[in-house]
Write a protein that binds this ligand. Sequence first.
Ligand code: HEM
Length: 414
Amino acid sequence: MFDTIRNAYSWYRDPYGFLDQRIGQGIYDFKVDLPGSNGAMFVGTPDLVEEVARNKDLSGGTGLRFVQPFTGPRALIVIAGDEHRNRRRPIQQMFYQTENQQMMELTEKYFDLGARDLKPDEPFSILEFYEQITLRTIIDFVLGVNEPEHEQILRLLQQWLQSFESPLWLFLKPLQQDLGSLTPWGRFLRGRSAVSRWISDRLESTPANSASVLGHLIAKRDNGNLRISNEDLVWQCIELLLFGHDTAACGSAWVTMHLLDNSMMQSPNLESPAYREACIKEAMRCTPMVIHVTREAVADTRVGGQSVRKGQKVFPCAYLAQHHRDYYEHPEAFDPNRFLNGNSPDRYAWFPFGIGSRICVGMPFATEQMKILLQRTLELGRLEKLTIGKTTPVRKFIIMAPKDGGLVRYRSFN
Ligand code: HEM
């Protein structure tokens, strides 16, 4: 019991540090007692990660019940089997286009809007700057709204998002008490209802096949190619709005902070698109925002020769695999060359977007968006960081972000 509490505290307070302790001992796969995990198994050796990805007794979705208050009980990330496959297909069609013109135009538009408020020499959080851009982009992309609806739903979402900035009660069920709008959980529930009511009204007035994910899903449903209720459509939009902005913003913030930490912001190499892409991949290797994915044993099984009982959780862990000394020389160093000149890591040694059939449905969308954000940031002016030493990673909801959102300022090129 004491060990479980100590592990939980250390894992909650400093997840990278918790894993670094094992990495320092050359341990990449281990079992540990964490609350609610029935004895979790972390897996960071790429061969074992592949074994987990292929093991049919280890199911995705079911182990993620804790996200249901945010995404609803039938969101893509929590459903499994045929229902998951059928729902995923039409969503993937919208997010897997490599040249996603609409996303590119929206990202550029909202970058310009945000950049108008930046003043030379004034401190700002690079993460907050990117979040505004990615949130506005995903709102238009998913819901197909224009002014003034855009501002309405933006405000409702921002109010809701602020209500769960501290993730502690997310993991502690007893704190999930609705004691009115003055309590965190009460504020959370009211914020969620306001967002879902707004989307539900929007659903009524969205024509099938209008230029948005929602319009596309309605068309698929009307053609009989997707079975989904109105209520689940609303939840589906909420899931995409939540996962579709914070992650890409945070990924971009990490790229910027790694470049600043390593005094590489002025490097002429950054003029090359291939080099910029390598920087993005390397940042996602060093500081994967989603530390691990989750699989739950639906039957007794084995991983790496060790028994895993039904109900136990297995965590294929991007942070462990991406810092494995047999796969990366000096894994602690930020080195984009790992992804250049034909170099690319083993498939299961780099997986910031997850593995197998549940790999992130927004991966190409987010990757392209991060490329635009980096390029536009470099054009903005000479960026400087305002903190001393290497940027500290901190928990932000369920992802890892730079401390204080990465405090920076820029000096104009003129
Ligand atoms: C850099 C940006 C992103 C990162 C690092 C990231 C990471 C991940 C990871 C690791 C998973 C797998 C979770 C699991 O196996 O349990 C995942 C799933 C998912 N992501 Fe992303 N994501 C990003 C951007 C996005 C965007 C832009 C969207 C918007 C569509 C999105 C929507 C989703 C959804 C809906 C799932 C569930 C997929 C499924 O279960 O089939 N993500 N993401």
